[in-house]
Ligand binder design. Sequence first.
Ligand SMILES: [Zn+2]
Length: 265
Amino acid sequence: MTTPLVVPPAITTSASRADVLQAFDTLLQPARFKDYGPNGLQVEGRPEIRKIVSGVTASRALIEAAIAASADAIFVHHGLFWRGQSGCVTGWMKQRLALLLAHDINLVAYHLPLDAHPLLGNNAQLGLALGLNASGRFGEQELGWLGERAAGGGFADAFALAQHIEITLNRPVVQVSLARKAIKKIAWCTGGAQGYFEAAIAAGADAFITGEISEPQAHYAREMGVAYFACGHHATERYGAPAVAGHVATALGLAHEFIEIDNPA
Ligand SMILES: [Zn+2]
């Protein structure tokens, strides 16, 4: 007597585009935010989704990598459409759209809702990567996070915190600080959040961690004695997209892959 061969059920199933979008909307609640571009489906592709590729930005390099990885949907933090664009499909926009449409791939983008999710968003995940405990929020739309070192004890000074960030993110940071004082209260906001620095100072932070710096913030840091760390827009926003897309993919039985396209900015 022969034993019938047991075929394990396929791990990957498929879900309708509508169900996938519903899952993202339920998790990220985009209606709660005033944003700079449309959240959710930005480019419609095929109606059934088996694999999601996540990334930071819907660049041509990411779209090409997603095509090579047989993605049905791309999930990003920075989509294609922003307020203030000309609206013309020329140059880089034509190239990216042409690739998406030719390969029938859905482009799904969530901007501020992806920064804000309390467990899976960019701020939550950056805090986790840096070993920071969040205890409060500050700033416009409460997108700034405030906390302290999870291990306790804070950091001896801004230089110790800078070293910790550089090792964790594996890149150099731009640091502005004069005071050799202990860092206890740490504020952070991923990406281009230099505009949140004054709110972080008002919230009582000893240090502010974000992606970018503009000219005025260097002076504010020196004059107010609050350390400023510009750690890269991309580098600080690498964590939310894979966390959210991975969560939804697992819930729906889909395949998921995060593709890192390095960006020094
Ligand atoms: Zn960003």
